[in-house]
Each structure stands twice: as C-alpha cells, then as structure tokens.
Design a protein around this ligand. Structure first.
Ligand SMILES: [Zn+2]
Length: 99
C-alpha cells in the first residue's frame, strides 16, 4: 500500500509528498484545493439524487495552506486560509493529484 513517508512544504510553498515507493511529488495548492473531496466542494449523492454544490466566489485565503494533519493512518486533513477544513484526502486521492 502506498503511504506517504513525509509530507512537507516545498520551496515554492506547495505540498511535497515523499512516498514509500521512493517517489517524491509536488502537489500544487490550487490542485489540492480544487480537488477537495468534501461534500461541500464535490457535491454528494443522496438517495441516487446528485446534489451539486452552488458555485461560491473565491474567498481570500482559499488557496492558502494553513496546516495539514494526519487522520488515522489513511488520510490527510488540510486546513485552508478561508477556514475550510472538512476535506479528508485519502492517500489514494493524494497520490492521484501528483503531477
Ligand atoms: Zn471542501
């Protein structure tokens, strides 16, 4: 199973993830935020009916990374400059964002 060995900020301020297969990748904060997996950002399917989130104007700090915290052994919780922190990025999703 692919798991990050280390997660840190890159020199450019993006997220640098070192994986246990030896790959280190940089994930831009914009890609990270635009792929926020929470229901508010991605919508959710309730009783086979898909609810799309309303487009909201970008808040100041939307793409500003305030902090990251590991959740259990499977995901990363990211806190953004606009206060958004409900997205849990599983390792699989994180890896899929590797450019
Ligand atoms: Zn979200």
């Amino acid at each position: 199973m692919l798991v990050p060995k280390q997660i840190r900020r890159s020199e450019s301020g993006d997220l640098a993830v070192e994986w246990n297969d030896g790959i280190t990748c940089i994930i831009s904060l914009k890609a990270l935020r635009d792929n926020c997996p929470c229901a508010g950002c991605q919508g959710e399917t309730v009783l086979f009916k898909a609810y799309k989130p309303q487009p909201v104007p970008d808040m100041p700090g939307k793409y500003e990374l305030m902090g990251v915290q590991q959740v259990g052994s499977y995901a990363l919780q990211v806190t953004w400059g606009d206060g958004h922190a409900t997205g849990l990025y599983t390792w699989e999703r994180l890896r899929s964002l590797c450019g």
